[in-house]
Write a protein that binds this ligand. Sequence first.
Ligand code: SF4
Length: 312
Amino acid sequence: MAKPRGYCAGVDRAVVTVEKALELYGAPVYVRKEIVHNRHVVDTLAAKGAVFVEENEEVPHGSVVVFSAHGVAPEVHDQAAERGLKAIDATCPLVTKVHKEARRYAEEDYDILLIGHEGHEEVVGTSGEAPEHIQLVDGPDGVDGVQIRDPEKVVWLSQTTLSVDETMETVDRLKKRLPMLQSPPSDDICYATQNRQQVVKDIAAECDVMLVVGSKNSSNSVRLVEVAVQHGARSGHLIDFAHEIQEDWLDGASTVGLSSGASVPDNLVQDVLAHLAQRGFTSVEEFEPVTEKITFQLPRELVTDLRAAGRA
Ligand code: SF4
């Protein structure tokens, strides 16, 4: 078993934000987009009274709306204000850091090459900070299409949940075209993504099969399967739930690797362990080369209301 795995500080904060908002304001609390990309988490919050919507227009005037951990463009805040919504922003602080970098480089009139996956909510939100300055580079193959104004004033930033190795490959190709390309002041790929990938790399070669618990729309979860196979696992599979494990995946396997994406609660991993134990995989070893201690405070607007209600 890989550790760290599962919940990161940003996901934990986002989920607790919705739970506390439900307790404080009462149901329904509207949530724009999936709060985090995990089916089980979304269904559990929906059962408690969260209503998931795609856009602010679906939220009744004056209601409470929570923005997801992936971040939103500034115009989404403006729309919420126009509708008189009480907006609580659960954007992960590490995504907010990338937004700030984008704003700063745009103010200095840089061309910004944002490495990320087209259409991903985080990329849409970050691009919205400075659409006239930001170009998306979707992996190494996106490099050839890049167009810039001044080769001495260009910087790359990235989505927080990418493959570290593939991102560096993209950067290397960009630097061949643009030798003066500047790098972000600190890593944009977040600590949680990097740690989960590193542990999977460390154990992959010993695994006949790598199982990653996570949803198909979870970027960091999908990357973990790719990383496992690239680093020696004979096969890798992404599953939301233990019952999705197909028996033939385990045929001939003596060692199964297990990890989970940053939006996955650990009870789903424990279900997989129980499923594997029933099939003879009873000896469990946890490999934890790094201990994570990061936590984030809840959004300020929620903390203010919790304090006013004597609940914080
Ligand atoms: S994966 Fe990283 S950026 Fe995304 S919520 Fe977790 S800590 Fe934040």
